[in-house]
Design a protein around this ligand. Sequence first.
Ligand SMILES: Nc1ncnc2c1ncn2[C@@H]1O[C@H](COP(=O)(O)OP(=O)(O)OP(=O)(O)O)[C@@H](O)[C@H]1O
Length: 857
Amino acid sequence: MKGKKGKKTPTPPPQPEENLAEVQEEPSEIKIDGQMMTLSDSNILNTNQITGYKNKGDSLFIPDDASSILLEDEEEGMIKVAVLTQEIVVDGLSNVGCSACGTKQVFLNLSLPGFGLQDISLLQKYIYLQKLNLSYNSLSELSALSCMRYLIELDVSHNELTSLLDFQPPFGLQEANFSHNLIESMPDLSAYNHLVKINLDYNNIVAISGLKDCKSLLHLTLSHNNIEEIGGLDKLKIRHLNLSYNQLTQIENLDTVLELQELDLSGNSIFGLNGLTSSSRLYSLNLEGNQVSSLSEIQHIDSTTTLRILNFLKNPIVNEEEYRKSVIFAMQQLSELDHQVVTVEEKVAAVNLFDPPAEVQAALDHITHTVYRFLQPSKIYESTLPSIEMPYPMLVLTGPQACGKRELARRLAQEFPDYFGFGISHTTRVPYPGEQDGKDYHFVTPDHFQILVRQGCFVQTFKHDGCLYGLTLDAVESVAKEGLACVVHMEINGIRTLKNTYFEPRFVLLLPVSSEAHRERMVERGVYTEAQVNYVTQQRKAMYQEVNQEHPGFFDMVINSDKLGEAYDRLRQLVMDYLGTTDLTNVEGESVQPRLSTTENKDESSTHHTTMSAHRRTWSRPSFQGESATTNDLNSANNKAKLESRKTPVEEASIRRRQHAAIEAVEGFSPSVYDDLFRRPMVPMTAPGMLEGSPMAQAASMYQDPALLAALYPGMTNENFEVGMAQQINGKSNTKSNSSTPDSSNQSQVASSGLSGLSSARGFSDQESGKEGKCKEAIEPSALSEQVLDLTALSDALESLRGSLKDSSRTITPLAPRLVQGFDEWLGIGRDEGDRGGANTKPVVPSIPTGGRLTVE
Ligand SMILES: Nc1ncnc2c1ncn2[C@@H]1O[C@H](COP(=O)(O)OP(=O)(O)OP(=O)(O)O)[C@@H](O)[C@H]1O
């Protein structure tokens, strides 16, 4: 309702019929003198409120006083009392209490709504009134109230007042309702400094003014007026402000109204929300029926953390795409939007839509690609099909942009062409100078990329700087069918997706430590904007650091990538350690192709190639200290053992290397890169894993070394140590197994398998025979489970080793206790139940194809 209003006919108050006054039969018992009274029976004082309107024809209480005049309103069919009489007043009085001075009993409330009163001069003597209701009358001035010094609440709504509070200010007026009058301006109200709440709805006010000193004012409502600007509220403590249905076009001058909690600006013509930025305590904001059209306006209120209730109904903004989710995403603090409760599900959906956590994004990517792949006809690949027990071998180098991962991946593939092939990703970005299609990336158009997505070609995809990246299954397969492990580079987002797949890549993080060096490398390339450089060297790098710190085991290895040469050396060392190659430089210091080092190895290698070429290509599955092998691993190992009558040079080198590592561990040599990698907290292992990773296995390998044996057990040879150890273990084991309870036998079986079973790489187990060069048959998994283990035997073995370490005249270096400690952990001695070892006990280097690039001779 806008525009100037004319003289109003008061509408009847919305009161039910029952509220009509009932006649007090014997009011004469109350002597009313002014507002004071004397009582004979206080019960009589239950005076009801009078409603002065009544439909024509109904009986109406009319006081006996002859001076009452009935007027008939033809138009509305109402009858109203126009002149106030003592009796009317008497019937309107209620709530007896102490007068303000505390000496008299007085009526505190007077309620005379809907009498059509024009003159209330009779009320002048009711000076003790505290609550006065004169709503629904025809009053045009209130001077009679000047005597009511103790008035606290005044309701003069629905009258014909043209001015506000035009009487002598009562001492403590707190609430005033002047709504539905004809007031056009707000006078200076500084005298009403106790005013807490004032309602000026439905007037003709054009500007907010006169409130400067109303320091107590908390509620101000000025709805349905003609206000065009928000103002005059400077530094007030208003908490509830209603300016709905005015002529406002913008939100302004509210930045000093710091206590504002509830703001109703509905029914205006507001376009923007920029005036609300500093409304830090706002709880409810009603903007229904305005002109807010852009979602970007949300930014002005999204930092208002206290905001819970928001209403944008009937604004163009609600037609914006994903409007509700966008608002909820920007303001997750909301509990109600557009009169609808905001549910937790909506909040999660909004976050997942606009800023999905990396894990969610990766899961979605994985689902997308898997579903699209299933929709395609199934494809038979040339190489061994990937499966859970035999996934494609992959090494993934990761890190922030320009950390050098791509270059290192390429170098690895170049230097170890018999073992690694570079997996080429697809991208929609344009090639940088010098980049070649099909070599650095498969450069494709966005449309082509989408076609590949729908064809289910990708294993994972990643969006970065508006460009799409993706690794296809074919890219991996094209490397795999060559008999090589695929080395790829990608950002962490891709890794998260890969972790959802059945692939089991090893992940090496290349992390620039010096931001300056990283920055320089990026700037040197000359292809990145300043903003990109800043983002990558700061946020992106920090994110990698955080993941690495907070999720131990997420990356299998971390290499400082400040100096690419050094980083590559470390990576290369890692690979060489694994491959068992030792020397990659010739006498002149030139780098040579890493081949398996010794002459005899070369011969074996060629024999092996020939042998292998007769079979289907398979992948070796090297296992390491602490690796947790599964039955599937064992199966594949056993199958492989059947196919190959002898170990590959790679495996033999691996055995030697680990023997060496065990010796070093006891002697206290500094560990190699490779050792560092696998010396991680122990985790519960399956039997073969226990064999490989167990301290017992380390001990088993130790006694293969005569030098070490002599040092630890002077005078003892390989043979008699072996016999002694075997007796110690087997003898106890047998004894125990005979008398074991069902529970203990169960436990025993596992560990016993660990002692005597073979690992997939058969690293230590072949040596257990103690006869060099004599290969032991692989043990069937079923056979493993039949063997019996006695943990006591292991304890005894531990004690014996402990004792020998203690007694040894050699100085035990700090590394030696670590081995003993390993026994303790393995046996569960002193292990805290809550202390879960890192899950990362896999080898960093992926499963390496045994044959390299095999050719049938
Ligand atoms: N399939 C993929 N999945 C996820 N990330 C990928 C993929 N392919 C490439 N990336 C990564 O996307 C980022 C951007 O690649 P781009 O080649 O444009 O960057 P670059 O500046 O050359 O960086 P870098 O030198 O690290 O490769 C790089 O970090 C890159 O490793």
